[in-house]
Design a protein around this ligand. Structure first.
Ligand SMILES: *Cc1c(COP(=O)(O)O)cnc(C)c1O
Length: 400
């Protein structure tokens, strides 16, 4: 860009859609894998990058077992399969999540039951309670890293003996009462898709402390014949399940692990930077009369890489659309979840589920809830551009 252009546009809005760059440390390992062709996780007798990643991730999370897979969706699918739920089992999920979540439930031959979500983006506990009696399992999607009240959820589910799976795709590094999100339910699932905190293009992780669930998931992920011998421990369980479970082949390959491993030591720094960015922008937006950023729950320490807020005092959808357009003119892309066409996070677009329930709370929230990406690498200047664009856009629309 020329000096003249810079002078005309002194502060360009940052490109928030660019993913995290891959650490240089990944290059040597990728070169080694390319020259040897050793891309399949089960070829090497030991020390395959995928196996090393699993050990490192388990240690980072403080859990007993970690299984690397092709995506978080695959991990969610395996979680429901590992739980051995009967065909048609009713799985509660929040109605505010990504379409891949109800899809994973359908893929596992279960029936998703959508639970209302409030305007703080978290599960509505009254509706959760009302739907729990008919449930066979619970899948808590911490959408955009917003943690639902895990104390209340675990107390109710433990009392009924219901298994809880955590979709922690967007919650890597989030703490609940000092405990890592993804380790509170029976199984936790993570994503390494490019728009998550750790970027491998695609990839996922399944974590649990339960040896039977781990053994079942490992076999079903595609540890065919005796490849399970390359996973530590669990040998008796593997003997038991060998040939009794389908092989769904959702393994991770070595190149992905080589891309992920050097990012694990960077997680804590990205979490701190992301939280700092988020809280800086949230505090400023909350000064505007037109925007409300719901606070974290008291027991929650978030690890955000995006920001959600509600438009306040925007009576009509047209006003909310005008806000999106006014922000876009200032170079900032903001999506009102329920107003952008075919948004995969608006439950009424999940037509593959058949009859969709009316969920007035979630619908009202989605019609005014806004989504802005806020990657950890942004600078204070970048953040100021975003804050100013959003506050000026709201002021412009409300002044009209
Ligand atoms: C990204 C995401 C997923 C899906 O993850 P994939 O790895 O792309 O399958 C599921 N749930 C939530 C909340 C997500 O943000």
């Amino acid at each position: 860009m020329s000096v003249a252009t810079l002078a005309l546009h002194p502060r360009q809005a940052p490109d928030v859609y660019q993913a995290e760059p891959i650490p240089d440390a990944a290059r040597a390992e990728i070169d080694r894998l390319l020259s040897s062709g050793d891309l399949f996780r089960y070829t090497a007798p030991e020390g395959a990058p995928v196996a090393l990643l699993e050990a490192e991730f388990a240690e980072f999370m403080g859990c007993r077992y970690a299984l690397a897979v092709s995506s978080c969706s695959a991990a969610l699918f395996l979680a429901l399969k590992a739980l051995d739920l009967p065909r048609g089992a009713r799985v509660l999920i929040p109605a505010f999540t990504f379409a891949a979540v109800p899809s994973a439930v359908v893929h596992a031959d279960c029936t998703p039951v959508l639970v209302e979500v409030g305007d703080n983006f978290r599960i509505d506990l009254d509706d959760f309670h009302a739907k729990l009696d008919d449930a066979d399992a619970v899948l808590i999607s911490h959408m955009r890293g917003h943690t639902s009240d895990m104390d209340a959820i675990m107390a109710e589910c433990d009392a009924r003996g219901l298994p809880v799976v955590e979709d922690a795709a967007h919650s890597l590094g989030t703490l609940w009462n000092g405990r890592k999100i993804g380790t509170i339910g029976k199984i936790g699932c993570f994503s390494f898709q490019s728009y998550k905190l750790v970027n491998a293009g695609e990839g996922g992780m399944f974590v649990t402390d339960d040896p039977e669930l781990a053994a079942r998931a490992i076999i079903m992920s595609g540890a065919y014949e005796h490849n399970w011998k390359k996973h530590p421990g669990l040998q008796n369980s593997f003997h038991h399940w060998q040939n009794k479970l389908p092989l769904y082949n959702v393994r991770m390959q070595n190149l992905s692990a080589a891309v992920i491993r050097p990012q694990i030591p960077a997680i804590d720094g990205r979490v701190a930077a992301g939280r700092g960015n988020h809280d800086y922008v949230a505090e400023r937006l909350n000064r505007s009369p037109w925007m409300v950023v719901p606070p974290a729950l008291p027991k929650e320490e978030r690890a955000p890489d995006s920001l959600q807020f509600n438009l306040s005092g925007f009576a009509t959808d047209d006003e909310a659309r005008a806000f999106q357009a006014a922000a876009a003119r200032r170079g900032v892309s903001v999506q009102v979840f329920g107003l952008s066409k075919d948004n995969a996070r608006a439950f009424w677009n999940w037509q593959f589920l058949g009859d969709l329930p009316e969920l007035p709370k979630t619908r009202a929230m989605l019609m005014r809830a806004c989504d802005v990406r806020l990657p950890a690498r942004l600078t204070r200047e970048d953040l100021d551009v975003i804050v100013n664009a959003l506050t000026e856009a709201a002021r412009e629309v409300k002044a009209a």
